[in-house]
Design a protein around this ligand. Structure first.
Ligand code: PA5
Length: 445
């Protein structure tokens, strides 16, 4: 079980003094103990720590019931949510679905996302799509009051009620929200929707292993039990009180590099399906660590694609970056480069080779070039991209994030900074109660 995920920091060692690295490992181990004992900052938000092993079978059954129910007659599921109420499900679905799923026949409802933006064109186009088939909706908001999903939900709810009637809407709308507070919970009580609870002690960006992530993923026909099993096994692996614990290692290296002036972490993948895993990771670390004018800036790149846009900067721009590469040992599919009798492109030297072999050489060559160029490189490897290893990877990052936030000295589990833009937006939209602030802001525009 020890090799579910391999972490390797050796390509960063030359950028660090050896004793510094040891000191950070020591501190990371202590930070993990504080996290696990519930004695650190924000400890009322540690429900995610044992979610994979403690999730109730009743929840899994209820998720499966909805999947079965909608399989009968639903073509399109609108999943509405933003931030932590969207990115986990999006990351898993994109990582584990066919890259061209939208162009292939579907063996069940298609899942689309809304409420993660306020684009008028986006929502108008969503209305176009809703008219093409039988629609259901999962609306997700922990607070139940977030503007972006609330706008999208109004539109989807009105469509469902108009097309199917209020009674049938009860079957076609599922809400995932707080147990007692917020407008969405009130709607559940008034309208009689089926619902799931986001536990009080689990913040949005740590909620992928609750129904927030699991229901949309299960609706996409992905094996949520395998996802949870991977996370559960990782929960066990990362419980070891040792400096070799991969989460201790990762948290220690990134903080040692940060102390050494590496202020930006670039999470790099060589597999386009991981693009939204990076987006999820960016929120996880950005919202957890970016506080008190501190924190590594989490950025992402999809290689080799972005080597043709960002490669120059990474190789030779300001030296404030380090890279963390997510590597996948083997592909799920097999395809070789064909021979061409004319060889007009001069590529016959690659004929018969697996595409993945070229991808691996790109990965290794880039790693060496970037290290030579002054970019420390951390390496995380999973054997395969499937539900089990992805569950393990997501849990790995969650736990490393909690430890890393404590190493930085911040509360990794709040997000006060997100409120500033919301207050201004409410004021500028004349939300009752915000009028005076609106006048002040308009004078500044
Ligand atoms: O991680 C978080 O807490 C945030 O990103 C929230 O998930 C996001 O702001 C959405 O909030 P809510 O689920 O309350 O609508």
């Amino acid at each position: 079980m020890r090799n579910i995920i391999t972490f390797n920091g050796k390509e960063a060692l030359s950028f660090l003094k050896e004793n510094k690295c040891r000191q950070w490992e020591e501190k990371a181990l202590q930070a993990m103990e504080i996290l696990e004992s519930g004695q650190g900052k924000g400890s009322d938000f540690l429900g995610w720590l044992h979610l994979p092993s403690e999730i109730s079978p009743t929840i899994i059954e209820s998720i499966k019931d909805i999947v079965e129910d909608w399989k009968k007659d639903v073509d399109l599921v609108m999943v509405i949510g933003i931030g932590g109420s969207y990115l986990g499900a999006k990351a898993v679905i994109e990582a584990l679905s066919h890259s061209f799923a939208a162009l292939l026949p579907s063996d069940g409802p298609r899942v689309v996302f809304a409420g993660q933006n306020i684009g008028e064109d986006y929502l108008a186009e969503l209305e176009d799509v809703m008219k093409t088939g039988s629609v259901a909706c999962v609306v997700i908001s922990k607070s139940g009051t977030t503007t972006e999903p609330a706008i999208a939900f109004r539109i989807v709810k009105q469509h469902i009620e108009r097309f199917y009637g209020k009674e049938e809407a009860k079957r076609r709308i599922v809400a995932i929200t707080d147990s007692s507070r917020g407008a969405l919970r009130n709607m559940v009580s008034r309208e009689g929707y089926r619902s799931f609870i986001i536990p009080d002690n689990v913040g949005g960006r740590f909620s992928v292993f609750t129904p927030v992530g699991l229901l949309p993923v299960a609706l996409s026909r992905i094996d949520i039990e395998a996802l949870l099993k991977g996370a559960r096994d990782m929960e066990q692996v990362t419980a070891q009180k040792s400096k070799d614990n991969p989460v201790v290692q990762y948290a220690a290296f990134r903080n040692a590099l940060y102390e050494n002036g590496k202020k930006i972490e670039l999470l790099v993948n060589y597999h386009p399906k991981l693009h939204f895993v990076t987006e999820w990771w960016k929120q996880l670390f950005g919202e957890s660590e970016g506080k008190e004018h501190l924190g590594i800036f989490p950025a992402g790149a999809d290689f080799t694609t972005d080597l043709h846009s960002m490669g120059q900067y990474i190789q030779d721009g300001e030296r404030h970056l380090f890279e963390t590469v997510i590597s996948i040992a083997s592909p799920n599919r097999s395809l070789t480069i064909p021979e061409d009798t004319e060889n007009a492109d001069g590529m016959n030297y690659l004929a018969g080779k697996h595409i993945n072999e070229c991808n691996k050489m790109a990965e290794l060559g880039t790693r060496l070039a970037h290290v030579d160029g002054g970019v420390p490189n951390l390496h995380i490897e999973i054997p395969l991209l499937n539900a089990y290893y992805l569950g393990a990877l997501l849990y790995f990052f969650e736990k490393a994030c909690g430890i890393s936030g404590y190493l930085l000295g911040v509360n990794p589990f709040d997000q006060e900074g997100v409120e500033a833009y919301k207050k201004n937006m409410f004021a500028l939209m004349n939300k009752p109660g915000f009028e005076a602030q609106g006048d002040i802001l308009r004078k500044r525009l």
